[in-house]
Design a protein around this ligand. Structure first.
Ligand SMILES: [Zn+2]
Ligand SMILES: [Zn+2]
Length: 382
């Protein structure tokens, strides 16, 4: 891919202000970040690299000046011989609000190292990502939480420092690959030659010949432990949200970086409470007398229980709205509402005495004193 002009990459004019450059970068990085991009991850990664590289130069006054004067050659040294490596590159501050809520992404990106680390070296490979599901009480969706979880972690054996050799010293360089971990084979293929590079069959890529294996890890160089990790669950997350904890997946081989840990959140459902975005819904049934005369009922809420005041004359299926008792939409936002539908329990059978009292109060003879009902009839046009 031929290199494109940095201003062209960000889609800003040569006279663009620092804010315009930052704004353009955020928009594009959000679009192409490999973790969130909707398009082909390969193309997205390429574009993200291109955008990040352009921003790295144009956001720095000094580098931008050099680029303006000398073009790519003025800034080439900034990227080292292996070129730009986005894996190790992040403007933490920018990515925080770029990709979402800050406490979450502080954790996501907190583990990243210096802006420009070394690229991939031969034989090193990144450890696998580990995925877990964590169940939390629904109240954690309101207030956030700091649960501590046990994560099975495979990392370098401490007794042999990952070499697999006793004391970390009882090995010599693999005679087959001379420590490279890889072997090259050249095969003739018609008029051309085919070069293949593969893992060294003798040392399986470690580059070492172990003379005496480490007793702790039986020479594997890896050891499984259970790691306690405290997570930060920000308020306002929904079911299915995924927290990423960098570097807490499986350990890499030959000193390669560890994979990441992904924790998918699942909230324990509450009986009678339904979550819909930032609002919560519930239902309750009150006795007829409470609906007529008013009173108080206890209702389950997201965080436990609350008392709901029932005013006299409450109609069946009346929704009551408890403002701010729902869920926050994102950390720091106002909470939604808790909506309770009140049903009224109509007795299925009555005693003679109850019937008598009801007839007296609400029967045809009592109509004249039931002014509201009477007035309704009167208002109707005849
Ligand atoms: Zn060991
Ligand atoms: Zn070898």
């Amino acid at each position: 891919m031929p290199k494109r002009d940095y201003y062209e990459v960000l889609g800003v004019p040569k006279t663009a202000s620092a804010d315009e450059i930052k704004g353009a970068y955020r928009r594009l990085a959000r679009q192409y970040h490999p973790d969130v991009a909707k398009e082909n991850p390969k193309t997205a990664e390429e574009k993200f690299k291109e955008v990040s590289e352009a921003y790295e130069i144009l956001a720095d006054t000094e580098k931008r000046q050099r680029y303006d004067q000398l073009g790519f050659s003025g800034v080439a040294s900034d990227f080292g011989p292996s070129g730009f490596t986005w894996q190790n590159f992040t403007h933490v501050g920018d990515l925080e609000d770029l990709l979402g809520s800050s406490p979450l992404f502080q954790q996501f990106f907190g583990g990243f190292g210096s802006p420009f680390g070394g690229g991939r070296r031969g034989g090193r490979s990144r450890g696998r990502d580990v995925e877990l599901t964590l169940r939390l009480p629904l109240s954690a969706a309101v207030h956030g939480a700091h649960p501590t979880i046990d994560v099975p972690h495979t990392g370098p054996c401490p007794d042999c420092r990952g070499t697999g050799a006793r004391d970390g010293t009882a090995y010599e360089t693999c005679p087959e690959c001379h420590g490279e971990g890889q072997v090259r084979r050249v095969q003739a293929r018609g008029f051309s030659q085919l070069l293949t590079i593969g893992e060294c069959p003798r040392c399986h890529g470690s580059g070492r010949k172990i003379l005496s294996p480490c007793a702790t890890c039986d020479g594997s160089g890896q050891r499984s432990t259970v790691e306690k990790i405290e997570l930060t669950v920000p308020p306002g997350v929904d079911d299915g949200a995924v927290l990423r904890v960098p570097g807490h997946g499986t350990g890499g081989t030959r000193g390669g970086p560890s994979g990441d840990l992904f924790v998918q959140l699942e909230f324990e459902p509450l009986d009678h409470v339904r979550r819909e975005g930032k609002d919560a819904y519930s239902e309750t049934t009150v006795p007829l007398a409470t609906a007529l005369l008013g009173g108080e009922v206890t209702i389950p809420t997201v965080e436990g229980h609350a008392n709901l005041k029932i005013p006299p004359g409450t109609q069946p299926e009346t929704p009551f709205r408890l403002r701010g008792e729902g869920f926050p939409a994102y950390p720091g936002s106002h909470r939604g509402d808790f909506i309770v539908i009140v049903h009224v329990e109509i007795p299925r059978s009555l005693s003679g005495h109850e019937k008598e009292l009801l007839r007296e109060a609400f029967g045809p003879a009592a109509r004249s004193s039931n002014s509201r009902r009477e007035s309704l009839f009167r208002r109707r046009p005849s």
